[in-house]
Design a protein around this ligand. Sequence first.
Ligand code: TMP
Length: 242
Amino acid sequence: MSESRWSHVDAAAAAVRSEPDESTGLAAARGRPARGVLIAVEGGDGAGKSTQIARLTRWLDSRGRSCVVTREPGGTELGRAVRDLLLHGACVSPRAEALLFAADRAHHVETVIRPALEAGQDVITDRFMDSSIAYQGAGRELSADEVRELSMWATAGLLPDLTVLLDVPVQVGAARRSRRGGADRMESEVAEFHERVRTRFVELSRSAPERYLVVDGALSADSIGEIVAARLESTGWFEGTP
Ligand code: TMP
């Protein structure tokens, strides 16, 4: 995975993130984004994202922040149809799969995420572009650069301010999933696929550590919640309401 090809999109996205937002008039105090804060929660299947998203939402509520919780795929009406095709439909070729996840993301960013951020609301999204780079790039073995550039085009350069990666061994995730029953098309992939996905998530976090919090997803939900809260507290982004 070549990082150099990605640096121009990172620089463009950083510029987008730090521009003063005239519509909300928010000051970028202590590096606070000049709008609501975008947090992505990522991880393999069975990583415990839903539990931590519920905690994160309560944490933001307790700070008096207005927050939108959403997900990919399926954060919009269009996205719910795409989710059904992708997770519960028949075989989808790898490139078509990458394009459908990107289409879901483009519509989600344009109609849900960006409007909320610009209105000063924080957004927590259950998965974002790292899932495409991990699942389609590494899982399906497409080019990571191409999948990332496709996503950057879909989001018009929007990146999360913070990505919380819940990292669990593949067997732990699989055991949690099997307790839930009814594996979908991605969850039914072989262990090697999920190993590649896990490895890629961790590589992504190492390529830009300031934008990630990697937590051992095998810890108790309480411990993970405390680690996440401590990181959010340390950013200074949530001092005072927007
Ligand atoms: P989940 O929302 O229940 O976590 O399931 C979504 C599934 O879709 C999960 O297996 C990961 C997969 N996925 C991709 O393969 N690429 C993507 O870009 C996204 C957002 C999800």
